[in-house]
Design a protein around this ligand. Structure first.
Ligand code: SAH
Length: 219
């Protein structure tokens, strides 16, 4: 096993235990999700120089002007996505460093993860492989197109904020499917949950959030 996976010092299980206790205080109630976050090393997804800060409730830089989402946001989005029942196929837009992917992969049948910055996705892939998470497929693409080949999805989680919900993502939702997505420009964003019904979409507006912008094209 790699040194980085062993959990030494600040990266230990005890530090993670504190993170999970904090998530409980912040209102995360799903024990299943808390258990997965307790058992998933977060420090391996950030640069070594930042690994001592990996369990703080903060977003951290992962290169290419992007950030790893704070633990609370990862937990909250996962909880909102899974609230109505288990999911078999989840589309994730914005693999980033792969931490959210790791959490999802342990809670749903299969994760289809799309990222527009190739080097980020390659690194994420390696870390997820080290964790032996194999129920993940990767696509280097602009997530605004979704991933039509495997649609429809019963869950979609978007980790970057567009100014409105991309139409292609709505098209790729199964009836009964759930999407969690930050919407808005600059610092004025809110988390929304969309549920696809037989005859349309139901949208809930949730809390204020701060995500990196949803960009088009690939790098
Ligand atoms: N959950 C990730 C979040 C990373 S930040 C983590 O914890 O690491 C959001 C990611 O979305 C970035 O990696 C960014 O490159 C990616 N992104 C932004 N717009 C995108 C788009 N249109 N298609 C695919 N990925 C996108």
């Amino acid at each position: 096993m790699k040194m980085s996976l062993q959990g030494i010092g600040m990266t230990s299980r005890r530090t993670r235990e504190r993170m999970v206790a904090r998530l409980g205080v912040q209102g995360i109630t799903s024990n299943k999700i808390l258990d997965v976050m307790r058992n998933t090393p977060r420090h391996i997804f950030v640069d070594e120089a930042l690994s001592s800060r990996a369990y703080e409730d903060t977003a951290l830089p992962i290169g290419f002007n992007q950030t790893i989402s704070q633990p609370y946001i990862v937990a909250k989005m996962t909880e909102l996505l899974l609230e109505f029942g288990p999911l078999s196929k989840v589309l994730e837009i914005g693999t980033g460093c792969g931490y959210q992917t790791a959490i999802l992969a342990q809670l749903v049948g299969h994760v289809y993860s799309v990222e527009r910055i190739l080097p980020l996705q390659k690194k994420a892939k390696n870390h997820l492989w080290d964790l032996k998470l194999k129920n993940i497929s990767y696509l280097h693409s602009d997530g605004g197109w979704g991933w039509p080949d495997f649609a429809p999805y019963d869950g979609i989680l978007v980790a970057a904020a567009p100014s409105e919900i991309p139409e292609m993502l709505l098209d790729q939702m199964a009836v009964g499917g759930v999407m969690v997505i930050p919407i808005g420009k600059g610092s004025r964003q809110e988390l929304q949950r969309v549920v696809r019904k037989e005859n349309g979409f139901e949208i809930e507006e949730l809390e204020r959030v701060s995500f990196v912008p949803f960009l088009s094209g690939r790098e």
